[in-house]
Design a protein around this ligand. Structure first.
Ligand SMILES: Cc1cc2nc3c(=O)[nH]c(=O)nc-3n(C[C@H](O)[C@H](O)[C@H](O)COP(=O)(O)OP(=O)(O)OC[C@H]3O[C@@H](n4cnc5c(N)ncnc54)[C@H](O)[C@@H]3O)c2cc1C
Ligand SMILES: NC(=O)c1ccc[n+]([C@@H]2O[C@H](COP(=O)([O-])OP(=O)(O)OC[C@H]3O[C@@H](n4cnc5c(N)ncnc54)[C@H](OP(=O)(O)O)[C@@H]3O)[C@@H](O)[C@H]2O)c1
Length: 277
């Protein structure tokens, strides 16, 4: 490698893959450590952008007018941070491998110690800021959309940040339930935390004995009340939706009929959402 390429690589790659746990062959929990040793301060629920080179090797390009920085062209994608802001030496994310996707198949072949680009800022408004601490927080996730809620629960499970936290995670198959053991343990230890997994494509082999269907099943008033021991009432609850955009649209429409309203900066409401695509 010539010295120009070396400078380029140092300028662009600023993080290292330090951990990978494969939940299934298609779902992984990974951690990246920034070269600086410290990620920026953030709030649970926010996301960071990560990047990998578009092509193999280092391809020098012009980054923009007046910024004669060069480096490989990157594919950048946003990822909700699953780790708690109490831990600043790395970011943990929960990723699904999207067949035919541009970035995730490259992440799947990145070895431990592999280099990546990590944004030096963390963004996003999908936080608990608009949720008063005397309300129930109803967290609804499909697939990897559970990540921001894991960060919230890791951060606030032992604090009076909510009256009750109810986490509903809908996945295709039971093994897709990322963080299941951690969340079950957290809910066992804390009566103000409920964890309700639901599986939509259970093969019916008897291994899964929990709820079946999509997350909407749990949001049915009678099912919710039997699972949680309280009503899903717009006066008492804020609902946070994360993951599949069709789920978000569908649940939002369902809750609107029951008196919930989407939150925006000019119109406070009790539905908050983060679309992954
Ligand atoms: C704010 C934000 C936070 C995000 N956080 C996460 C996260 O924590 N974990 C995560 O896995 N992804 C997350 N995503 C999605 C992520 O940014 C990428 O889109 C995803 O990893 C696919 O990238 P790709 O280049 O491989 O696929 P692309 O070439 O970008 O193909 C995208 C297609 O893949 C599908 N898709 C994208 N993301 C998902 C997903 N998570 N689950 C199911 N199908 C998907 C959609 O059909 C989409 O059109 C987030 C997106 C946003 C906007
Ligand atoms: N998860 C895996 O094991 C796996 C394996 C290989 C490849 N992939 C690929 O990875 C990508 C993401 O898969 P994923 O399973 O993580 O995410 P996903 O497709 O969003 O599915 C996650 C959960 O969301 C449900 N869902 C879908 N639309 C919904 C809606 N409108 N309302 C409520 N719930 C809804 C699904 O139910 P339904 O089952 O009813 O759709 C499933 O229970 C896909 O492109 C997939 O092909 C995933």
């Amino acid at each position: 490698m010539n010295s120009q390429a070396l400078i380029t690589e140092q300028a662009v790659y600023n993080a290292t893959l330090i951990h990978r746990t494969d939940v299934t062959p298609e779902l992984s929990v990974v951690r990246f450590r920034p070269d600086s040793g410290l990620i920026p301060e953030f709030l649970p629920g926010q996301f960071i952008k990560l990047g990998l080179p578009r092509e193999e090797g280092v391809e020098p390009v012009q980054a923009g007018p007046g910024r004669p920085r060069s480096g490989p062209r990157l594919i950048r994608r946003a990822y909700s941070i699953a780790s708690s802001p109490r831990q600043r030496d790395c970011v943990e994310i929960f990723v699904v491998r999207v067949e035919g996707g541009k970035l995730t198949p490259k992440l799947w072949v990145l070895d431990l110690g592999g280099r990546a680009w990590m944004d030096d800022k963390i963004s996003g408004r999908f936080t608990l800021d608009p949720v008063p601490p005397h309300k129930d927080v109803v967290m609804v996730a499909t697939g990897t959309g559970i990540a921001p809620f894991v960060s919230m629960l890791r951060t606030y499970h032992d604090q009076p940040r909510w009256r009750r936290a109810v986490l509903i995670n809908g996945v295709r198959y039971a093994p897709d339930l990322g963080y299941r053991e951690e969340l079950e343990a957290l809910a066992r230890a804390n009566p103000r935390v409920r964890y309700i997994p639901i599986v939509s494509r259970d093969p019916g082999d008897g291994a899964w004995t929990g709820l079946r269907g999509r997350v909407q099943v749990v949001l049915d008033p009678a099912v919710y009340e039997s699972q949680v021991g309280a009503a899903l009432d717009p006066d008492d609850c804020h609902v946070m939706l994360c993951g599949n955009p069709e789920m978000i649209d569908s649940v939002q429409a369902m809750l609107a009929q029951r008196g919930f309203r989407p939150h925006s900066s000019d119109q406070p409401g009790n539905i908050h959402f983060e679309r992954y695509w």
